[in-house]
Write a protein that binds this ligand. Structure first.
Ligand code: PA5
Length: 476
C-alpha cells in the first residue's frame, strides 16, 4: 500500500487494509465505493464554507491579517506579566493547552524567566473545582498576572463564574488598573461578556461568527495564548494553510488525507468499530488527544441526521499515550472486544536525543539497550504494538510527523478538523452544532436561578424526586 506523503505529515494506513497478515482489513475497492459520496461531500463542504458555515477553513486567511495585531499585543504584554491564565472551557481551553504542550518546553512553567524567553508562565483554568481554582489563585500574584477570558457565547456559567471571581480579586488588588489584567476573547456582537468588556475597557479579541469552540484553535482563541507564550504562530498558520489547501484542492480518496481518514473511519464505524483510539507516541501530544476527543465526540455524536431521523451516531473517542498505555490499555485493544480502531501518532525526529549507556557488566538480557537511544526504544515499542495488533487482527493506522514543530502541529490540527467535517458528511449529520451540550448548559442556568429558566428548573426538580442510591435514601 502506498503511503500519502505531502509537506510534512504522512498517513500510513497499512494496518487498516487487507493483507495476508490482516485478512479482515479493507479492500481498496471498499474505499473507492465511497468516492461518489466523498465527491458529493466535497461539493457540500465547499458550499457550506462559502456560506460561512465552515469557518475553521475559510477564516484561516483572514485571521492571518489579524495575526499582526495578536503578535504585537502578545509581545507588548509578555514581558509585563509573570503569569498568563486562560479562563475558558471546552474548545476555549483544550486547543490552547494542546498547542502549548506540543510546542513549548514540557516543564515550561518551571523554567527560569530567561529560559522562557521572558514570557509568562501559562495556566488554563477550565474546570470549576473550587480547590484547584483557589489553590492556583492563592499561588499567583494578581499584580503580575494577565487573565484571558475566552467564551464564544459569553454565557457559559463556568467561565463567567471564574471571570466574576477574578475580576473581583483584581479590583480589590489592582484598583483602577484592574482592567489591564484582563483580555477578553469573545463574539463580535453577541453574549454577555461583550458589553462588560466594552464598558470596563478590557482589551478584546474577536472569535469569528459561525465557529464552534472545538474548531477555534486557529483564531484568537488559541493564537493569542500561543503568541504570548512564545510559539511561532506564523509557522503554525503556514502549516494549517498548507494542509487546508491540500485538502480543499485534492480529489480522490487515495490523494486527499481528510477524505481518506474519514472514509476509513466510516467503514470501520459501519463494521462495528464504535471506538476511535487516538494514541500519540510523544508526551507533547498528550493533550492533543484531549482536543481530538472533544472534536470527534462533540461534532459527531448526534441523535438526529439532517432529515431529522433518529440515528444516534458517533464513535467514542478514547485518548491514550504511547508507551504509557501499552502497559495499561493495549491488552484490551489486542484481546478485548473488536470494537476499536486505533490511530497512532508518531514523531520521527525528536528535538532531544538521549543515549542509553553501555555497561558490559550488566546481565545480557538488558545489555542490548546499551548504546541505543530513548527515541529508538520509543519507535520500536510503537512498531511492536502495531505488529501485535495486526497479529490480533485489530485495525490501526498512523499519522507520522517528521518533527514536532509549529508547522506540523498546524497541519495536524487542520487534518483532524477536516476529517471530522468529512465524517459528518458521511454520517449525514451536522458536525458543527452541539445540542446535547446546550441542553446541559440550560439545565445549569435553571438550577442556578437564571431568569427565564423557571419552568425548566421545575422540570429538573420534578425529575430528581425519585432517586435510587446505596448508603442513604435521598428524599427531596
Ligand atoms: O466546541 C464547543 O462549541 C464547546 O466545547 C464550547 O467551546 C464550550 O462549551 C465553551 O463555550 P463558550 O466558548 O461559548 O464559552
Amino acid at each position: 500500500m502506498e503511503n500519502q506523503v505531502r509537506a510534512g505529515i504522512t498517513i500510513d494506513y497499512t494496518g487498516m487494509m487487507s493483507s495476508s497478515q490482516n485478512p479482515q482489513g479493507f479492500e481498496k475497492e471498499e474505499l473507492l465505493e465511497l468516492q461518489n459520496v466523498l465527491d458529493q461531500a466535497q461539493v457540500t463542504l465547499k458550499t457550506r464554507r462559502a456560506a460561512g458555515e465552515i469557518d475553521f477553513s475559510m477564516l484561516l486567511t483572514s485571521v492571518k491579517t489579524e495575526l499582526v495585531e495578536i503578535i504585537e499585543y502578545a509581545n507588548a504584554v509578555a514581558p509585563k506579566f509573570e503569569n498568563f491564565v486562560v479562563l475558558g472551557i471546552g474548545g476555549s481551553a483544550l486547543g490552547p493547552l494542546a498547542v502549548h504542550q506540543a510546542l513549548n518546553h514540557y516543564y515550561y512553567n518551571d523554567l527560569s524567566p530567561e529560559k522562557r524567553g521572558h514570557r509568562p508562565r501559562f495556566y488554563v483554568l477550565d474546570n470549576i473545582d473550587p480547590v484547584r481554582f483557589n489553590e492556583l489563585l492563592q499561588m499567583l500574584d494578581p499584580l503580575k498576572t494577565l487573565f484571558n477570558v475566552i467564551s464564544k457565547s459569553g454565557n457559559t456559567s463556568e467561565t463567567m463564574a471564574q471571570f466574576l471571581i477574578v475580576r473581583d480579586t483584581l479590583r480589590r488588588v489592582c484598583g483602577e488598573h484592574y482592567a489591564e489584567h484582563i483580555v477578553v476573547t469573545t463574539d463580535k456582537e453577541k453574549g454577555n461578556l461583550l458589553p462588560i468588556a466594552l464598558k470596563e475597557g478590557f482589551r478584546r479579541f474577536v472569535i469569528p461568527a459561525g465557529i464552534g469552540g472545538r474548531f477555534s484553535e486557529l483564531t484568537p482563541v488559541g493564537l493569542l495564548a500561543a503568541a504570548i507564550c512564545g510559539i511561532d504562530v506564523e509557522k503554525l498558520m503556514d502549516g494549517a494553510l498548507g494542509m487546508d489547501q491540500w485538502i480543499r484542492e485534492t480529489q480522490g480518496v487515495f490523494s486527499n488525507p481528510a477524505q481518506l481518514r474519514a472514509a476509513l473511519a466510516h467503514l470501520s464505524w459501519q463494521k462495528g468499530k464504535n471506538i476511535s483510539v487516538f494514541m500519540p507516541y510523544a508526551d507533547g501530544l498528550k493533550t492533543m488527544a484531549d482536543w481530538y476527543a472533544q472534536l470527534w465526540a462533540e461534532s459527531l455524536g448526534k441523535r438526529h441526521d439532517r432529515h431529522g431521523r433518529v440515528v444516534n451516531v458517533g464513535q467514542t473517542p478514547v485518548k491514550a499515550l504511547g508507551v504509557t498505555d501499552q502497559h495499561s490499555q493495549v491488552q484490551l485493544y489486542a484481546e478485548g472486544p473488536d470494537d476499536k480502531v486505533i490511530t497512532f501518532v508518531s514523531v520521527v525526529k525528536f528535538k532531544e536525543t538521549v543515549e542509553i549507556p553501555i555497561d558490559i557488566d550488566l546481565p545480557e538480557d538488558i545489555q542490548f539497550l546499551g548504546g541505543r537511544t530513548l527515541e529508538e526504544l520509543l519507535a520500536a515499542e510503537q512498531k511492536a504494538t502495531e505488529y501485535a495488533l495486526t497479529l490480533a487482527g485489530r485495525q490501526h493506522q498512523k499519522i507520522i510527523l517528521p518533527i514536532l514543530d509549529a508547522y506540523t502541529v498546524g497541519q495536524l490540527l487542520l487534518l483532524l478538523e477536516w476529517e471530522t467535517a468529512y465524517m459528518g458528511e458521511l454520517l449525514n449529520i451536522n458536525a458543527f452544532d452541539q445540542p446535547g451540550v446546550e441542553e446541559g448548559k440550560n439545565g445549569t442556568y435553571a438550577l442556578m436561578g437564571r431568569k427565564g429558566y423557571e419552568a425548566r428548573k421545575q422540570d429538573i426538580e420534578e425529575y430528581g424526586k425519585i432517586r435510587y442510591s446505596l448508603g442513604k435514601v435521598i428524599t427531596n
